[in-house]
Design a protein around this ligand. Sequence first.
Ligand code: ATP
Ligand code: MG
Length: 426
Amino acid sequence: MTSIISPVKGMNDVLPDDELLWERLETAAAELFKAYDYHRIRIPVLEKTELFRRSIGEATDIVEKEMYTFEDRGGDSLTLRPEATAGIVRACLTHGLLHNRQQKLWCSGPMFRREKPQKGRYRQFHQLSVEALGYAEPEVDAELIVMSARLWRALGITHVSLELNSIGTPESRAGYREVLVEYFSAHKDRLDADSLRRLERNPLRILDSKNPDMAELIAGAPVISEYLDEGSRDHFERLKGLLSDAGIPFKINPRLVRGLDYYTRTVFEWVTDRLGAQSAVCAGGRYDGLVAQLGGRDTPAVGWALGVERVVELLRLDQGAAEARAPDVFVVSAGDAARRVGFAAAEKLRDALPGISVSIGAPSAGFKAQFRRADKSGARFALIIGEDEVAAQKFGLKPLRTDEPQLSLSLDEVVRQLSSALERRE
Ligand code: ATP
Ligand code: MG
C-alpha cells in the first residue's frame, strides 16, 4: 500500500471547522484597519536573507536559529519571512513609498520560524500586522495601542493585559548596556548557557529569558527607565498620558525589551494568562532606526503584530466552537432527468439570490440517502426534484428546520419564497 505523506512538523492545516473563528478575527481586523485609515499591503513570503540579517539583527533568536534559509537554484540565499516589518520597509523603499510621504499599512499572512513546536508555537504561523511609517509622534504609538484594544473589544476578548516599556534611543541604551553587563558579569556563575552567550553579544536579551532559574537574578538587575534620554522620557510620558485618557490600563514592565534589534523607545506586549507559556498575543513597538538601516532616509516608524493562532485560541476558549456553516438550500433529486434539472436550478438560484449558499449534495446517491445528507448538512431548505416534479416543471421546497409543510412551486416562486425567507434571516 502507498504510504500517506505527513505534513512538515510545526506546520498546520486550518480545517473548515475552524474557519469561522479565523474569519471572525479577519473581518473584525479589516473593519478596524479601515476605521483608522490603514491600507493593505501584500509582500512576498520569500526575501533575500540579507534583509532579515540586517534588520532583525545577528544576535537574535530569530536570525541565530529560527530562520528557514536556503540557497535557490541560482545560488542566492533566500529566507522564508519570519516577520513582516522588514519586508514592508523593503517594499516601501523599492517603490519609493516614503518619499515625502507617510504610510499607514496593514498586512496579513503566514510567517516561518524553526522553533520547537508546541501549543501556540508553530513553525508556520500567521500574523496580522500594522505599521505606521514616517510618524514620530507619541499619538501614533497611542493610536496603534488603542487600535489593538478596540480589536479585543470587537471580538469580545477579555483576559488580555498590556505591558509597556521604553527602551530609549540606541545611544541611551548603550549607557544602560554597560551597567547591565557589569551587573550580570558580577553574577556570571548564575547565568545559564543562553544568557552567557548573550552577555557578550546582546546583553539586553538576557532580560527576555524565559528560564525560571534566571528570574531572581533578572529581577535584581538595573532598570532601563533610569537611563532614558530626555527625548525618550518625554515621548514615553506623553504616550502614557494618551493611554490613560483613552481608559486603557497598562503595566510598566521595565524588563520588556523584545527579541528584535530594531526597536527604539516604545515597546509593548499584550499578554494573556489563558494560553500557558505562550502568553504573548500581540506585540510591537517603535523602530525609528530601521528604515535608514535598510538604506532609506531617516524615518521614524512604529508597528505591531498579532499572532493569529493564539488569538483564535482565545476566541475558542471564550466563545466555544463556532457554529458550523450550513447551506441555505440542499438539492435532492431522484433520477437522471431530475439530476440535470436540479443542477441547472441550483445555478439559477445563485444567479437570482446573491449571497445564497446552495449545495448540490451527492446527486448519484439514493433519494433517501440524499435526504439524510440534506438534514445533516444543517440546510434550512431542501429543493426536491422527483420524476413528477420534472413532468410538471415544479419543485418541492421543504423547510428542514421547522414543521412547516412542503410547497410545490415553480422555480420563480421558489426564488420569491427563498428571497423573503433569507431576508428574515438577516
Ligand atoms: P514569543 O515571545 O512568544 O516567542 P515573539 O516575541 O517571538 O513571541 P513577535 O516576533 O513579537 O513574537 O511576533 C508577534 C506575535 O506573533 C507574538 O506575540 C505571538 O502572538 C506570535 N508568534 C510569534 N512566534 C510564534 C510562533 N512560533 N507560533 C505562533 N505564534 C507566534
Ligand atoms: Mg519568539
